[in-house]
Design a binder for this molecule. Structure first.
Ligand code: PLP
Length: 441
């Protein structure tokens, strides 16, 4: 039986409507920016396989480091035990991040990195004896598919069946170009609405009474929400407002981390550093699942106590899996190599040049770039949305031509591995141009 038939018999794929979508492509090999299927057809992975594969597929150096680690120590319970790859990775991440961070908490993926961050923020206040549980997030945000991460995300097609079970968060507009003021005003109003009734004769400033525990956001690019891009300046203001109001800030850098926005972390564009950072996806170069939640000493200290009740009772079986940490350390070795930053710049400048061409097409709108991400929307009869009817046509067009692009509805984006060559980029752009031109005829 062929692989696709065996697959069909037993496998349920993510984000896939098996009844209407094309069969999955059986991939047998990956190399550089390319995937090869069992018939020898090649696909240029222009979205880094859901944004994780930053150095290219099956990178021999990362593969070697994982193999070495597998022969040494494959897994160990991380409560009561530790190991070199986890310690080394934590040391490096704390050093690389722009803010003043102190501690790394490990988990398995982007959603769990966010779950940990939210629980950390809420328990931080709880441990201090302050009842603050409200959470502010962007209405178009996406933070993952577990219940806490879903609750913190925008409401829509992904979350509809679960609405009644999700906890309430205060959604505000993201500060997209032209909406900065509105977004900041909404943040202020949300903080205001989270205040307790003033206590008579309470001498503490009103802001001390805010019930808002934290503000969670994707810095500079809202990914799954439609590759919506905004500037650092309004976000800086928002973090500063939160700080003045004793509200913790959490940057979800699961997608933006490790070079996506042109700098190693999107928070490098900020002057005010968040209290907590969530990392995953690119951290292992796309080899192993791993999530990190990194926090300041101030947060850690709220848990450090003789009182056992103040412990952070959270963990996963594979917390800080040594193979995943070895992959991440190997990926960081590549990140720290000389050519890494140049490759980000090279892709960025090529995207910007191509974007200038795209804006001339009247069937395309909202052409935007940020670092190694290029995105634009097709003008279609339907409104721009994840369920836009053109989506399947766009996906098929590129797959048939050997390019993996996975549009978010009518939003097409390119987010390649950084090893992509000039010729490979030119190939992707040429096919996008061909598609765009076909819209004109
Ligand atoms: N946060 C952001 C910003 C993401 O883009 C994603 C995934 O796309 C997640 C969290 C969830 O990560 P995972 O799919 O690894 O659970």
């Amino acid at each position: 039986m062929k692989l696709t038939e065996r697959d069909k018999q037993y496998i349920w794929h993510p984000y896939t409507q098996a009844k209407t979508e094309r069969s999955p492509i059986p991939v047998v090999k990956g190399k550089g920016a390319w995937l090869t299927d069992e018939n020898g057809k090649k696909y240029l992975d222009a979205i880094s396989s859901w944004w994780v594969n930053i150095h290219g597929h099956a990178h021999p150096y990362i593969a070697k480091k994982i193999a070495e680690q597998a022969k040494q120590l494959e897994q160990v319970i991380f409560a009561g035990f530790t190991h070199e790859p986890a310690v080394r990775l934590a040391e490096r991440i704390v050093r690389l991040l722009p803010g003043d961070y102190a501690k790394v908490f490990y988990s398995d993926n982007g959603s769990t990195a966010v779950e940990v961050a939210l629980k950390m923020a809420i328990q931080y206040w709880h441990n201090k004896g302050i009842q603050k549980t409200k959470i502010i997030t962007f209405k178009d945000g996406y933070h993952g598919d577990t219940f806490g991460a879903m609750s913190a995300s925008g409401r829509g097609i992904f979350t509809n069946p679960f609405t009644s079970l999700l906890f309430d968060v205060i959604h505000i507009e993201p500060p997209l170009p032209g909406k900065e003021k509105q977004s900041i005003e909404q943040l202020k109003a949300a903080i205001g609405s989270g205040r307790r009734q003033p206590i008579p004769n309470d001498s503490q400033p009103a802001t001390r009474n805010s019930q808002t525990s934290c503000f969670l956001f994707e810095p500079l690019v809202l990914g799954a929400g439609g590759m919506l891009m905004y500037d650092a300046e309004p976000l800086d203001k928002m973090i500063s407002i939160c700080r003045k109001n004793n509200i913790l800030t959490i940057a979800d850098e699961v997608m933006t981390g490790f070079g996506r926005t042109g700098k190693l972390f999107a928070t490098e564009y900020l002057e005010n550093q968040p209290d907590i950072i969530c990392l995953s996806k690119g951290i292992t170069g796309g080899f192993m699942p791993l999530g990190l939640t990194v926090c300041t000493e101030e947060i850690y200290q709220a848990f450090y106590s003789d009182d056992r009740a103040k412990t952070f009772f959270h963990g996963h079986s594979y917390t800080a899996n040594p193979l995943a940490c070895a992959a991440a350390n190997a990926s960081l070795d590549l990140v720290e190599k000389k050519g890494f930053k140049q490759s980000l710049k090279r892709i960025q400048s090529r995207h910007v040049a191509f974007a200038k061409k795209l804006v001339r097409n009247p069937k395309i709108e909202n052409v935007r770039t940020r670092g190694t991400i290029l995105a634009f929307d097709l003008k279609t009869k339907d409104a721009t949305s994840y369920l836009n009817k053109e989506r399947a046509r766009i996906y098929d067009f590129f797959i048939e031509r050997g390019i993996l692009l996975r549009p978010l509805g009518n939003t097409i984006y390119v987010m390649p591995p950084y090893c992509i060559t000039e010729n490979e980029l030119a190939f992707v752009y040429a096919e996008i141009s061909r598609f765009a031109d076909s819209l004109l005829s």
